[in-house]
Design a protein around this ligand. Sequence first.
Ligand SMILES: O=C(O)CCC(=O)C(=O)O
Length: 259
Amino acid sequence: MPNLHATTATVEATLEILDRDGYAIIEGVLSPDEVAAKKASLREVLGQTPGGRNDFEGFDTRRVYALFAKTRAFDEPAVHPLVLGVLDSVLGNYALSAPQAIQIGPGETAQDLHTDDVVYPVARPHQELVVNTMWAIDDFTAENGATHVVPGSHKWLNERPAPGQATVRAIMPAGSVMIFLGDVFHGGGANTTDRPRLGVIIEYIAGWLRQQENQYLAVPRETVKALPERLQRLLGYDVFPRFLGVVDARHPLKVLAGE
Ligand SMILES: O=C(O)CCC(=O)C(=O)O
């Protein structure tokens, strides 16, 4: 299946592919200038970020957690209309979970195949709980660690990836986004090149779930106050009808604004 392109991709076409394969790639969402600016915004913070602490994080991989505290470069991608159109349909009401930049360094080995909704102790099959987006800030190639995906595995019940499981690779030029369901098996690829591969994951969860990263502590309140309301809500300053998330019986946006 060829990748979609931002000039012609629709929410409906993306949903159809997501339903069938568990992931969909849309090329050309960010311009080369936007990609360069986003990469530049992460350069310094990546320089101060150590390698991973275990095999899953990747010893040769740098992960920038608490992303929305550290750069404003992903505020717009987080609310991209095509992505939100898909989220409206798949999750309905949603919040950001664990946004992070992932720079897979030379020499990194392939990550174990996993699902992102595994953090929630809910038996399969279940309604969609998580939708993730991987923004390619470098070209993703088979050699530099393009994400492995097991197409259709979002429909598995008890099946798990076999040793040597066949996968497809999320090969995509910088500026693309891969949208993938929380129950599809995937994992970062090995990087056999001499250059790092940078991607940014912006992950969303159903609005009634606990965010994987505690955004109330991850992003300083003064930073949140300066953000557009849509992003404030996505960071968790919202109410899932009717009462989830209230503060002293008030809407968190009002409390945030000091009203
Ligand atoms: O970096 C990638 O390609 C995927 C990483 C991933 O799935 C994860 O860290 O959970």
